[in-house]
Design a protein around this ligand. Structure first.
Ligand code: FRU
Length: 920
């Protein structure tokens, strides 16, 4: 698209230029504006003049022509000229109606620098650019001479003059009388003004009838007035022939030539209109070409002697003129055709250019599209290939998972028999009263864990049945309230022991629901046992029933430890186990419950708030619409006794009291171990076993474990990885980076057995990572080894040799020992210096200091200080000349006697004896 718009821009420019150049041509055609002011345009002579002008203008199509007719009104003519000037003319052609009234406006125009051509008639001023017309004085003179000769020097003449004040009338009259002056017997007997018009002339002539009657000739200043004069003469029936002479000699119908030819008048003086010459002169002026100011047109007398010749000539000219006109119209037509063809050509050229360009573009984009399509196709193939590979891989993975699950299911089935075989003898043995307490405890532990295993195995088998065998339900109508109450009751004993209230609320005592009793019981057993597991002592669990129109809601609500939203979101996921260990289990129970509810066309949801409690809501449909015929139990199968089923879920809940290890009678142990484990059975087991050799501290969650570690500063920590609260890894990290506990070896116990998980565990700074199930003897050996190694480390820390890069915990330990030794060294002379002073300076408690010093240096703090004092005393005795009393105070003993006693106890001689031995 961007390419297209760019090209559009590139194309638009030449097209605009092309069209613009066309516009410029059009501008040239109206280059000049010529204004023509005509005094009167209605008569034949002047319409001839206009025709001539237009003919000549047709050769200048670039010029604009403005025409105004004053209709014989001088005032009007002045206004019209002013308007032309306002509109803007490049040149003015004017034929002034009267000389005087038009002089001023012509002068103004001229003075403005606008060229003025005066045609036919003049103004009273010489201020004009050019004059075009005949010499009216000469014309009058020619007329006088002609009449004088025609009358052979004798006779009376009546003169019919033009408009008074118009220059031709004045000049013709002057020329005429000057010519007649040489004929003594010729007299102008009367003069009238006909104002160039036939009617006016006739009117005036009828007023001078006597003069007319005596006249031998009439000279009218133009042919129309001459015609009028002949009319008046004929009307007056004057017997003798009166010669009538006119001016203009216009060709064509109604013109002077025809009048002469038809002998209506005797002669006419040719008076050319000068229209053509005026336009020619105008262009010469406008184009700054040389021109003459006075353009005098030739005249001659036309009478019976030459009229035919003139007519012939005129006809010839006329036909030539017509030819020219025809040719001009043809030319105009051709020009129009040329213009339109030019236009079509332009359009074709533009279209062609556009077609080529857009064709090119289309071709280019086609090629681009092909390229893109090809690469898309390649990508598509690649994706397809990858998809197929993925499908293959996922099918393989699915098959592998399937195989694994099948294996697990089969194994689980296999487990049931040995487990049952363990269970029966164990139960037999437990009934044996002769068993001692220790054996009884162990049997209880075995019994409980066999049930736990059985439960897990059963869940796994059930899950597989639903998932893959599409287990059908054996539905029968049952009172769901009673059904749940029975299950709830089986937990009562357990709940009462922990003072947890277990209640059931239902608006109706009997609500019938179609379900599979041997399936749905697993759901309720699972949910209620979960609630009990996560509810602290003195808590509350409530199961409530709400009957709706078509469904029933069963809510199991507890006041347990609850879940974080992220945790709650995943509880129904297969094998999901929360990270913090709170929801420890197989991760199958809730997933199985959901499957069971789903095949009953119901739904299960959870809402939970951390530390506030959890509510599971099961919604089951009422009636039997949702049950297929095949699902209906033909012969109701006898459900297993509730007590039987309950065992699997409740035995596991049996709380084992955490053994209180504070056996006051037991012999005090030198080393101590902190065990952090949330499985009470395992905690008890380890406590019992390890307490033989070590003082044991216990914690059943991470937070408590860490607190204990700082408080008790044990010689070793044994911790599970997955714990409620903080994890074993976090505990280790905290212990190893704190100066108070950095020296303590840590063993992490975990069920996470993969090599990566073990490496991860060791990275967490633990000294040993041990996988469950572990061999107790191996564990004990490891514990002993670590404690022993710790004692050996004393040498390592007390030596000054650098051991290269040490782990953080060891660096911390070395720093601690340096600080500790430094403080002691500085205070050797201070008699009142004690353990409290060191604790304050280092910032740890007395117990922590004691344990740390004991662990790292293998002696008590006081022993260490005493030792340092005696060593310094020994040094002073050997190297310095101080008295015993002086040395006593320098090494912080209160009296020389006490110093002497202690010194002797350590080195076998008194300080003075020692000094003597040195100097002897
Ligand atoms: C036409 C006319 C001519 C005459 C000329 C004088 O209007 O009367 O007949 O020769 O004007 O200006």
């Amino acid at each position: 698209m961007a390419l297209y718009s760019k090209l559009r821009g590139i194309l638009l420019l030449p097209i605009l230029l092309f069209l613009f150049s066309g516009c410029k041509k059009a501008d040239k055609t109206s280059q000049y504006t010529i204004g023509f002011s005509q005094c009167i345009g209605s008569d034949l002579w002047r319409s001839n003049m206009l025709d001539e002008m237009k003919m000549e203008l047709s050769l200048h199509p670039d010029a604009k022509f403005i025409y105004a007719d004053a209709n014989g009104n001088s005032k009007k003519q002045v206004e019209q000229v002013k308007k032309m000037l306002d509109d803007g003319v490049d040149l003015l052609i004017i034929s002034p109606n009267e000389a005087q009234p038009l002089t001023d406006i012509v002068e103004q125009t001229y003075n403005k620098g606008i060229p003025v051509i005066v045609i036919d008639r003049k103004t009273s001023s010489e201020l004009y650019t050019a004059y075009v017309g005949a010499d009216n004085y000469q014309l009058g003179k020619m007329a006088g001479e002609y009449i004088g000769n025609a009358l052979q020097g004798k006779g009376n003449i009546v003169e019919v003059m033009g408009l008074p004040g118009s220059s031709p009338a004045i000049e013709r009259q002057r020329g005429f009388s000057n010519a007649l002056a040489k004929f003594n017997n010729i007299h102008i007997t009367a003069q009238v003004y006909g104002d160039w018009l036939k009617d006016n002339a006739q009117k005036q002539l009828t007023l001078i009838q006597p003069a007319l009657k005596n006249a031998s000739a009439v000279f009218a200043h133009n042919d129309v007035m001459a015609l009028g004069s002949r009319g008046v003469l004929n009307k007056l029936h004057i017997q003798h022939h009166v010669k009538v002479l006119g001016v203009d000699a216009l060709p064509g119908s109604g013109g002077g030539l025809q009048m002469v030819s038809s002998k209506t008048i005797d002669a006419s003086l040719l008076y050319p209109t000068g229209g053509k010459e005026a336009i020619m002169t105008a262009f010469r002026i406008l184009n700054k070409e040389p021109f003459s100011k006075e353009n005098i047109l030739q005249s001659l007398v036309i009478d019976s002697t030459n009229v035919q010749l003139m007519k012939l000539q005129w006809n010839k000219i006329n036909s030539q003129q017509k030819d020219i006109e025809r040719q001009q119209s043809l030319l105009a037509e051709q020009r129009e055709i040329y213009n339109s063809q030019q236009m079509i050509l332009n359009i074709i050229v533009i279209t062609l250019v556009l077609a080529i360009v857009f064709g090119g573009l289309a071709f280019y984009s086609l090629m681009e599209n092909r390229k893109i399509n090809k690469s898309l196709e390649a990508k598509n193939n690649e994706i397809l290939l990858q998809r197929n590979q993925l499908l293959e891989m996922s099918a393989r993975a699915e098959a592998a998972t399937e195989a694994k699950l099948n294996f697990f299911t089969n194994i689980s089935h296999e487990f049931r028999t040995p487990l049952t075989l363990i269970l029966s003898p164990v139960e037999d043995m437990m009934r044996n009263e002769k068993l001692n307490i220790v054996a009884g405890k162990s049997l209880k532990l075995i019994h409980k864990n066999v049930f736990r295993l059985l439960r897990l195995v059963n869940q796994l088998i059930d899950y597989r049945k639903i998932e893959y065998d599409k287990q059908q339900i054996n539905a029968s109508p049952n009172n769901v309230v009673a059904f749940v109450r029975d299950i709830l009751d089986s937990f009562q004993h357990n709940a009462q022991k922990r003072n947890i209230s277990l209640s059931l609320i239902s608006t109706e005592p009997n609500i019938t629901v179609w379900f599979d009793v041997n399936m749905l019981d697993k759901v309720f057993f699972n949910l209620i046992s979960n609630s009990l597991k996560f509810t602290k002592d003195n808590g509350r669990i409530q199961v409530s029933f709400t009957k709706n129109e078509n469904t029933i809601d069963i809510a199991i609500q507890d006041s347990g430890i609850g879940m974080e939203p992220a945790e709650a979101e995943h509880v129904f996921n297969q094998f999901y186990q929360a990270d913090n260990g709170n929801a420890k289990g197989s991760g199958l129970g809730l997933s199985l419950s959901k499957e069971i509810i789903t095949i009953h066309q119901g739904s299960i949801s959870v809402s939970s708030k951390k530390w506030q409690g959890t509510t599971f809501i099961i919604t089951l449909p009422l009636g039997n619409q949702h049950i297929n015929n095949t699902d209906v139990q033909q012969i109701p199968s006898q459900p297993l006794a509730i007590s039987e089923r309950a065992l699997i879920y409740t035995t596991d809940l049996e709380q084992t009291e955490i053994n209180d290890n504070a056996d006051s009678l037991a012999t005090p142990k030198e080393q101590s171990i902190l065990i952090i484990e949330d499985n009470t059975d395992l905690l008890n087991y380890l406590t019992e076993k390890l307490s033989t050799d070590y003082e044991i501290f216990t914690a059943d969650n991470g937070t408590q474990g860490l607190t204990e570690a700082f408080e008790k500063v044990p010689d070793l920590i044994l911790s599970d990885v997955v714990l409620p609260g903080i994890s074993g890894k976090v505990i280790t990290e905290n212990i190893k980076t704190d100066i108070r506990t950095s020296h303590i070896p840590v063993i992490l116990l975990t069920a996470q057995a993969s090599v990566e998980q073990q490496i991860d565990g060791i990275h967490s700074m633990a000294d040993v990572y041990m996988v469950k199930p572990f061999n107790y003897d191996h564990l004990l050996a490891t514990v002993k080894n670590l404690i022993k190694n710790r004692v050996i480390l004393k040498e390592h820390f007390t030596s000054d040799v650098s051991h290269g890069k040490m782990p953080v915990s060891k660096t911390l330990d070395k720093k601690f020992l340096n600080d500790f030794a430094g403080i002691v060294e500085q205070n050797l002379a201070n008699e009142s210096f004690n353990v409290e002073d060191i604790c304050k300076t280092i910032g740890i408690s007395r117990v922590q200091l004691y344990r740390k010093v004991k662990a790292l240096l293998g002696c008590s703090i006081t022993d260490y200080i005493l030792n340092r004092r005696l060593k310094k005393a020994k040094y002073l005795l050997i190297n310095e000349a101080y008295s015993i009393a002086e040395i006593t105070y320098q090494v912080g003993f209160s009296t020389p006697n006490y110093f002497s006693t202690v010194f002797k106890a350590k080195y076998g001689c008194t300080p003075s004896e020692f000094k003597r031995k040195q100097h002897s």
